[in-house]
Design a protein around this ligand. Structure first.
Ligand SMILES: Nc1ncnc2c1ncn2[C@@H]1O[C@H](COP(=O)(O)OP(=O)(O)OP(=O)(O)O)[C@@H](O)[C@H]1O
Ligand SMILES: [Mg+2]
Length: 268
């Protein structure tokens, strides 16, 4: 359904992605993992038209989309739930959801989609008139996902949906993503928590310094020695422990090449 071929993106002189190939099949759940600065957000932005690639092609449902405007890409069925959630603090839950449907004309269907969303997220239903600035982090993430769903996407892209959330809330968000997947949408999810991503995805790609270094069935990557070492601290060492085991982490992730090995919050 989605296919990236030899994509390259840059910000001025900084090469953020080089020669990247990636596929997402209809209804597939694909995860993208990698350390801070690996290029995960850039990959989603390249697909949604926010950071158009200067080289390579992006095809969606058989159409070249790499030169289309972001709004047209949404119209074709790709929704992007960005890293920083992009909320307007003074707008209500309901107003955010309406914004998600801005490209649609089918008023009746919009209303029934919103009703269904409130059934899926009773917490948001109770707070439909509350300003988003006063919602908790987990509730804001629900609004961000709900807003993306209001465009009726066949591919939902999520950038670190679990960022900054407590473990229980992370589980709720993941359950929500799985439910959306079960209803037929394809998912492309960026996650720094490789454990979370690999447990739930069908397939995964590992991105390091702008290039794909591994890809395959998520279950296999979960067992992969390099992945385990970089993301699960393989054996006795915890990943990112900063206790002199950097050599163990050179092959994958942890940004060994660019010194961005922190596993904490995202840069922005
Ligand atoms: N607007 C920008 N201007 C200049 N450089 C940028 C810009 N956005 C990203 N970059 C650079 O591009 C590279 C990839 O960034 P990107 O945000 O895609 O990484 P990421 O994998 O999403 O990281 P994180 O896990 O921290 O969110 C980084 O080196 C970053 O500094
Ligand atoms: Mg990012």
């Amino acid at each position: 359904m989605l296919s990236l071929e030899r994509i390259a993106c840059r910000y001025g002189r900084i090469m953020a992605l080089r020669d990247v190939d990636l596929e997402v099949g209809a209804g597939e759940f694909v995860a993208l993992v990698g350390a801070n600065g690996a290029g995960k957000t850039t990959m989603l932005r390249a697909i949604s038209g926010l950071t158009p690639p200067y080289q390579g092609s992006v095809r969606f449902k058989g159409r070249a989309i790499e030169r289309l405007a972001p709004a047209d890409i949404v119209g074709l069925g790709i929704a992007h739930c960005p890293e920083e959630r992009k909320m307007w603090p003074r707008l209500s839950v309901q107003e955010h959801l309406r914004l998600g449907a801005y490209g649609r004309r089918d008023r009746a269907a919009i209303a029934s989609d919103m009703d269904r969303l409130f059934e899926t997220f009773p917490r948001l239903a109770e707070r439909r008139r509350q300003r988003c600035g006063t919602l908790s982090g987990g509730e804001q993430q629900m609004v961000a996902i709900g807003r993306a769903l209001m465009s009726r996407p066949s591919l939902l892209m999520l950038d670190e949906p679990s960022l900054g959330l407590a473990p229980l809330v992370v589980q709720q968000v993941i359950d929500t993503v799985r439910a959306i997947h079960a209803q037929g949408a394809a998912i492309l999810m960026v996650e720094q928590s490789a454990a979370v991503a690999l447990q739930h995805a069908d397939r995964a790609y590992v991105l390091e310094s702008g290039a794909i270094v591994k890809h395959g069935p998520a279950r296999e990557l979960l067992q992969d020695e390099d992945v385990k070492r970089a993301y699960f601290g393989g054996g006795s060492t915890k990943s990112g422990g900063g206790d002199g085991h950097e050599e163990d982490c050179t092959s994958i992730g942890l940004g060994a090449g660019d010194g961005a090995g922190n596993l904490g919050g995202a840069g922005g």
